[in-house]
Structure formats: structure tokens, C-alpha cells
Design a protein around this ligand. Structure first.
Ligand code: ZN
Length: 524
């Protein structure tokens, strides 16, 4: 993992400043110190990090553009900007701004707060910060503390090293500074996990600690899925991932929580499920993802939403590619999506008819061109509905919380749309439920972080299952949205209000994907 880290503002275009300095702080001076030290710490633990201070700009717009231009030129996985807050002298605490990186932002804010003894104001969402919206990699903007608050300033000065270590380790996931405290094994606790009856195992999940967690780690380590999982008795991110991978591989419910089902499978040495066969080999998937990355639509700044997460572009390219193959194989759902424009006010291709005509994208004939144009519209539609985030949960401000009405995933579809595309919608649900090899979840997930609340689904039965599948199997979300756009487009507010952007460049990218698929030999 590589980081590009810059200090906020510029030498000749200063940020905030407390008064008097000291004990209060000057934002630019301190942000530079933090960046220098964090990069130094990262480099000593072999995390690649590069830094930048703007020493030339004299106005804010030049400054912002200079910083972002530097970031976008670096080979890195994350962009980080360091600032200090200022308000009325009384406000205090640490916070981290994000656009797509909620989880990382929360983690870094908590780590800085703990190290400095600051109030943790936590992660803050914004789609209006120039840095977050224009850096091409997942980005966070740190407000270390309030430089015009005396108590915060004093804490910062006395805990400087600890704070820098906390930033370095929470960003990179690599422990720095003091070694982590391990829970020592309890006296008399047996060495062999299997000597404890499975019935007496508690339910354990993220955040839990102790001997049961250590035993779970031991058992996971015996599977093929968790190479090198540290048996430290602390249920953190790596244990969570290992547990989820294990559950998926054994056909169990994937929730990262070890209850009787998961413990039982580990005790019995349950064999992995046979891998279902996907449409594309992993090499072919990578070629398709690369087409998405290299396209000009990948850098497009969607209105009010910014640049799409890398996962969204490559995921949608894969979803279209698979859907295109299904059309060639006369899949009934694909045939319905690719039908010629109807005159219905529930057909998005009819609602957007003049936009399509203006771009020379005719939908008067059934077939691949119409399917591709539909996906071009969907590329803008998913940005509008979820900012391209596969795990997007229901709109927390809306009251749609029942199984049938809770919206889920990239396109914020809800299950009550299913009857408009009967029986294809429900048939897709059973197909994708039984074979997840064409879901492309890990492709869609790149550059997107998801909160626990977002993974939560509502109600029960088919509606609940639909929400879950939309988030965990993003190409299913795409295919059901494709059906809904053709048969119940008024389900989507942005389509009715014509806020969804239709871009010719989206079609150009998808055409390149289609050409690629035409050029390869499919094995399955
Ligand atoms: Zn600032």
C-alpha cells in the first residue's frame, strides 16, 4: 500500500492560526511537521509514502490545483491531506473528512484522538471538498485538532510523536511504535481448540477478545484461506476477513460472525464448496477492468458526485460484459433488457429518447447496441443513486424500511420492482443466489469502504434476500436495475427528473469492452 501525503494550504497562502502562537498553533507550520514525520515513520516500517508541501502558490485556487495535480502524478493507492481546524477558540477535537472512505476516516480519527487525548469528532462525509473530489485515488482529509484551541494545541505539542505514529499506523495498518498488547493465554486453557465442546463456544465477532477468539484464529489458520493470521486473541479486520472468506467458501451465511454454524463447520472440517464456473477467466476479467481504467469516462467528473470509484468503473465493465454474453446466449432477461425502445413512460430509453438521439445512440432495434446504450445510461444512473458504491444501504432519511421497499446497492432498487419484470427479475435472483461466480464483488469493492450500518438489510424473506444480494453481488444489482429501467423506470427519481447523466464516453468504453469480448474465446 502506497501513500501520497500533502500538507494543507501553502507557504504563501496560509491556513488557520491560533492566537497567541504558542501555545496555540499555526496550521501550515504544524501540518508540514506532521506530514514530514508521518512519512518518515511510514518509510521506516517499509510503507511507501511520498510527501508534498506547496511552496509556490499565492492564491487558493492555484493552491488546490497544485496539490491535487501533484497527488494525481504519484504512483500510490491513497491520497491524504493534513490540516488543522479552527473555529471559535472553544471547539476542539479531531475529525477526518471523506467522500468514499468512511471506514478509513473513522479509523484514523479514532487513532489520532486516542493518541493525543482529543475528543473524537469522527468521520465526516463531504462531496464538496476539492481535494476529496479531485484526487483520483481514495482520499481522506485529516483535521488533526483545533489550532485555535489552547487545550488541543497543548495536547498536540506534548503528544506530537504519538499522534504521528497513530496516523501512520491507522492509515497503513502496519503497527508502529510500541508493540501491540496481546491478551495472554488464560492459565490452564487447553492447547487444542477441539478439546472444548463446540456447544460451549460463544458467538464472537469484530471487537471481541480472548481465548475463544484465539481458538477461532487457530482453526481458521488450519484452513487454506487464512495464511499467516496472527493468533493474538483479538478479533480485528484480518480475522473478520478470514471468517467471511471461510464462510463464503463453505456455503455458510457470510456475516463475519462465528456462531454455532461457523464453529461447527470448523470443528467438522467441512470441505470447501466446489467453485462454480464463471463466464470469464481471471485474465479476461483483468483485461476488461483495464479497458475501464484506461477509458476517458473513468476520469469524468459526474455532476455533484465527482469521479467514480475505480471499483465502480471496472465492475460495471464486467457486469456489461457478462450481460452481453448472456444476450448472445438468448438469456430471457438479457433479451428483455435489449429490446427496442418502447413508447412506455416506464421505459428509461423512451424517457431519455432525445438525449440518446442527440448522441447518435439509437435504440430502435433490439440487440447488443440497445443493451450497451442502456448500460451507458446505467453508468450515470449508479453514480447518481449511490456515487458508485456497491454497499450503499437504504436512504436513512426515508421511511422505506420494509422488506419490499428498502432500497439497496448501486442503483438503490427495492424489491417491490420485481413484479414489473416478471418472471425474469425473480429468475435472476435465484440464478445469482446459486452461482456467485459472476458477481464481481471484489472488483466493485476497489476504492470503496463500507460501514457496518450500510451492510444492514431490512425486513425478511425475498425482500431481505434481495437487498443482501444487491450489495454482495453487484452485477445482480446491475441486471435487476437494467430490467427495472426498461419496465418500471419511474421507480427511480433521478430518471423521472432526468438527473441521471448520459455520456457518449460511457458508450465508447462499453463498446471497447464489447469488442474485446467478441475477440476472445469463452471457456464456460
Ligand atoms: Zn486547513
Amino acid at each position: 500500500m502506497r501513500f501520497a501525503i500533502s500538507s494543507g494550504h501553502a507557504l504563501y497562502c496560509r491556513g488557520a492560526r491560533g492566537s497567541p502562537v504558542p501555545p496555540q498553533l499555526d496550521e501550515v507550520d504544524q501540518a508540514r511537521r506532521v506530514v514530514d514525520r508521518v512519512v518518515e515513520i511510514m518509510n521506516t516500517v517499509n510503507v511507501v509514502a511520498v510527501k508534498f508541501h506547496d511552496n509556490t502558490s499565492r492564491d487558493q485556487s492555484t493552491n488546490l490545483n497544485t496539490i491535487v495535480a501533484w497527488h494525481n502524478k504519484q504512483a500510490r493507492d491513497y491520497d491524504v491531506s493534513v490540516h488543522f481546524n479552527a473555529y471559535n477558540g472553544k471547539a476542539h477535537g479531531t475529525e477526518v473528512w471523506y467522500y468514499s472512505q468512511a471506514k478509513l476516516a473513522g479509523k484514523v480519527s479514532a487513532a489520532m484522538a486516542k493518541a493525543g487525548g482529543f475528543t473524537d469528532r469522527g468521520e465526516k462525509y463531504s462531496n464538496g471538498l476539492f481535494f476529496l473530489m479531485n484526487c483520483h485515488k481514495p482520499a481522506v482529509l485529516l483535521e488533526v485538532c483545533f489550532c485555535d484551541n489552547t487545550a488541543d494545541s497543548n495536547k498536540f505539542t506534548s503528544k506530537f510523536e504519538k499522534i504521528c505514529q497513530a496516523i501512520a499506523s491507522s492509515l497503513s495498518g502496519v503497527a508502529v511504535g510500541e508493540p501491540p498488547v496481546e491478551t495472554p493465554p488464560e492459565q490452564g486453557w487447553p492447547d487444542d481448540p477441539l478439546s472444548i465442546p463446540v456447544e460451549s463456544r460463544p458467538v464472537v465477532g469484530k471487537g471481541d477478545e480472548g481465548n475463544d477468539v484465539r481458538d477461532l484464529q487457530k482453526l481458521l489458520n488450519k484452513t487454506e484461506l487464512a495464511p499467516g493470521l496472527v493468533e493474538d486473541g483479538d478479533f480485528g479486520n484480518l480475522t473478520d476477513t478470514a471468517a467471511r472468506n471461510y464462510q463464503a467458501s463453505r456455503g455458510l451465511d457470510v456475516d463475519g460472525i462465528a456462531g454455532q454454524q461457523t464453529w461447527g463447520a470448523l470443528y467438522e472440517n467441512k470441505p470447501p464448496m466446489p467453485m462454480p464456473v464463471g463466464i470469464f477467466t481471471s485474465e479476461q476479467q483483468h483485461a476488461i477492468m483495464q479497458i475501464a481504467h484506461d477509458s476517458s469516462i473513468a476520469d469524468y467528473h459526474w455532476h455533484n458526485r465527482g469521479i467514480a470509484p475505480p471499483g465502480y468503473m471496472q465492475g460495471m465493465a464486467l457486469a456489461f460484459a457478462a450481460n452481453y454474453v448472456e444476450l448472445q446466449r438468448n438469456h430471457p432477461a438479457a433479451i428483455d433488457m435489449a429490446k427496442a425502445r418502447t413508447s412506455s413512460d416506464k421505459d428509461a430509453l423512451n424517457i431519455y429518447r432525445s438525449e440518446f438521439d442527440n448522441l447518435g445512440m439509437s435504440n430502435e432495434q433490439s440487440g447488443p447496441d440497445t443493451l450497451r446504450h442502456l448500460y451507458a445510461l446505467m453508468l450515470g444512473h449508479g453514480m447518481r443513486e449511490s456515487s458508485g458504491r456497491h454497499c450503499e444501504g437504504r436512504d436513512q432519511s426515508a421511511s422505506n424500511t420494509s422488506s419490499e421497499t428498502a432500497e439497496a446497492g448501486l442503483f438503490q432498487t427495492s424489491y417491490n420492482a420485481h413484479s414489473a419484470s416478471s418472471p425474469e427479475f425473480d429468475n435472476l435472483m435465484s440464478e445469482f443466489s446459486s452461482n456467485q461466480s459472476n458477481c464481481y464483488l471484489s472488483a466493485f469493492a476497489e476504492g470503496v469502504s463500507c460501514s457496518m450500518a450500510e451492510w444492514e438489510n431490512y425486513g425478511s424473506g425475498d425482500g431481505f434476500h434481495f437487498q443482501k444480494l444487491c450489495k454482495e453481488c453487484s452485477s445482480f444489482a446491475a441486471e435487476t436495475a437494467a430490467l427495472t429501467l426498461r419496465n418500471l423506470a419511474n421507480h427511480y427519481g433521478p430518471i423521472v427528473r432526468q438527473e441521471t447523466e448520459l455520456k457518449k464516453d460511457a458508450d465508447v468504453m462499453l463498446q471497447a469492452v464489447q469488442d474485446y469480448v467478441d475477440s476472445i474465446t469463452l471457456t464456460a
